[in-house]
Design a binder for this molecule. Structure first.
Ligand code: AMP
Length: 197
């Protein structure tokens, strides 16, 4: 199963991806996680990405496309993967399509978690407060001002990715404002439709 989770920052992609990893036994490929790891270890990619990420902008396409191209070639992604946070531009979506086609592979579905943009800032403020209360590190880009820039980047660049997948008959939309369990059930319903057991 090769899946994409779409939706703005704070829509719950990471939460749902983690559950799908457990249920489907395929890896979650999060470009955000990979970039944060690169920043933390100070690799050349991390050095290039750091300032852009801190400002809430998008890292250049060639960097993230390169990362994903290497990652989907690893053995654990052979039977499928869940992309979380990629593609974020139509360019990235086209590059993904080309790299999969070169391997004779196709996507099964792009599942978009739809949300009410007005509620997202509240959600992210809660996410930061919960992480802090649990003694976990708070993402620097979950600062409300940076978060607004991330939302603006989504509107500007990533919203065009939805029609890209709709045009290919791969788009499935799920209400991301519903409780976590209901979102999970709706995603499972999509999965049984695209890949009946
Ligand atoms: P995320 O964890 O998916 O919210 O990503 C955190 C940050 O990493 C984003 O705000 C971007 O700066 C950067 N990033 C992650 N994925 C991508 C991508 N596919 N294209 C460009 N920038 C990305």
């Amino acid at each position: 199963m090769r899946l994409i989770l779409l939706g703005p920052p704070g829509a719950g992609k990471g939460t749902q991806a983690a559950r799908l990893v457990r249920n489907l036994g395929i890896p979650q490929l999060s470009t955000g996680d990979m970039l944060r790891a690169a920043v933390a270890t100070g690799t050349p990619i991390g050095l290039k990405a750091k300032a852009v990420m801190e400002s809430g902008g998008l890292v250049p396409d060639e960097i993230v496309v390169g990362i994903i191209s290497e990652r989907i070639s690893e053995p654990d992604a052979k039977n499928g993967f869940i992309l979380d946070g990629f593609p974020r531009t139509v360019n990235q979506a086209e590059a993904l399509e080309a790299m999969l086609a070169a391997k004779g592979l196709k996507l099964d579905a792009a599942i978009e978690l739809t949300v009410d943009a007005a509620n997202l800032v509240d959600r992210i403020v809660n996410r930061a407060a919960e992480a802090k209360a649990a003694g976990q590190p708070v993402r620097r880009d979950d600062d409300p001002e940076v978060f607004k820039s991330r939302l603006a980047a989504y509107e500007r660049e990533t919203s065009a990715v939805t029609p890209f997948y709709r045009a290919r008959g791969l788009l499935h939309q799920v209400d991301g404002m519903a409780p976590i369990d209901e979102v999970a059930k709706a995603i499972d319903a999509v999965l049984s439709e695209v890949a009946p057991a």
